[in-house]
Ligand binder design. Structure first.
Ligand SMILES: C/C(=C\Cc1cc(O)c2ccccc2c1O)CCC[C@H](C)CCC[C@H](C)CCCC(C)C
Ligand SMILES: C[S@@+](CC[C@H](N)C(=O)[O-])C[C@H]1O[C@@H](n2cnc3c(N)ncnc32)[C@H](O)[C@@H]1O
Length: 235
């Protein structure tokens, strides 16, 4: 399956927006929330800081960041899916006022960020790097907008090195995830995950790409028995 265009990616996420959060909770048995908190632990946002959540989608990670930097900090969530951003903004209406006032939602392309150089104390990118059309350009933009010494955590799927776990991941994606999506008319959208994962650089390759983008430090942590991974960067 060829890599989808940016427009096709945008359309995939606009289409799955109504079921996205529920499917993530159901299909990961709620584990994705643990994985997101692990990613945050490695970049350690502090109260009062200004953070960026790239490919924020429905705003899960954005909200976690806001809880860390509140009440004086700021978090900007950027995504080009209008539908997922609308869900993020709607969910935020239920957050505490001190969290809400830290949050800004911005429609945009993470390959061409509307921010000055050296603007942010840190950044997150959860399940987005595998979906952008140009990984080196995404890492270059991330590097550009971070302040010197700033950290970033990039959470995404990962291909396990263990053949048994590979087989389990293939089985789960093909025989659990896609059939459930099929029942909601989202077969193609969820069938996209497996080929996107097959194309995705493994941890060591992600480290090389991050160093090439200019990051001083880059470490990849495999989690969830190698089925997920967190790339931790420092500028
Ligand atoms: C939050 C998660 C995935 C986000 C996500 C990322 C994408 O690139 C997509 C592309 C197209 C459609 C949807 C998504 C998407 O939701 C991770 C959890 C959800 C996963 C779909 C579930 C897969 C989990 C692991 C392969 C196996 C988990 C084993 C289980 C804990 C027993
Ligand atoms: C799987 S979702 C992740 C959402 C959220 N970070 C989370 O953890 O649930 C991937 C997101 O990346 C966004 N995306 C992909 N390429 C993008 C780009 N070039 N610019 C902005 N957003 C992009 C999609 O619109 C989608 O919302």
């Amino acid at each position: 399956m060829p890599q989808p265009s940016e427009t096709e990616i945008q359309q995939i996420f606009d289409r799955i927006a109504p079921v996205y959060d529920r499917f993530n909770d159901l299909l990961s048995l709620g584990q994705h929330r643990i994985w997101k908190n692990m990613a945050l632990g490695w970049c350690d946002p502090q109260q009062g800081e200004k953070w960026l959540d790239l490919c924020c989608g429905s705003g899960d990670m954005t909200a976690l960041l806001a809880k860390r930097v509140a009440p004086t900090g700021q978090v900007i969530g950027v995504d080009f899916s209008t539908e997922l951003l609308a869900i993020a903004a709607d969910k935020a209406k239920n957050y505490l006022p001190k969290i809400q006032k830290c949050l800004t939602w911005q429609e945009g392309n993470v390959l061409d960020l509307p921010f000055d150089d050296n603007s942010f104390d840190g950044a997150t990118l959860a399940y987005g790097l595998r979906n952008v059309s140009n990984i080196p350009q995404c890492l270059a933009e991330l590097y550009r907008v971070l302040k010197k010494g700033a950290k970033a955590s990039i959470l995404d799927f990962h291909r396990p090195s263990d053949p048994l776990m590979q087989a389990f991941q293939d089985f789960y994606l093909d025989r659990v995830v896609v059939p459930l999506a099929d029942r909601f008319g989202m077969t193609d959208e969820y069938a996209y995950i497996a080929p996107s994962l097959a194309r995705f650089p493994i941890g060591a390759e992600q480290v090389k790409l991050a160093k090439a983008a200019g990051f001083d430090r880059a470490t990849h942590y495999a989690i969830a028995n190698g089925m997920m991974g967190v790339l931790v960067l420092q500028k």
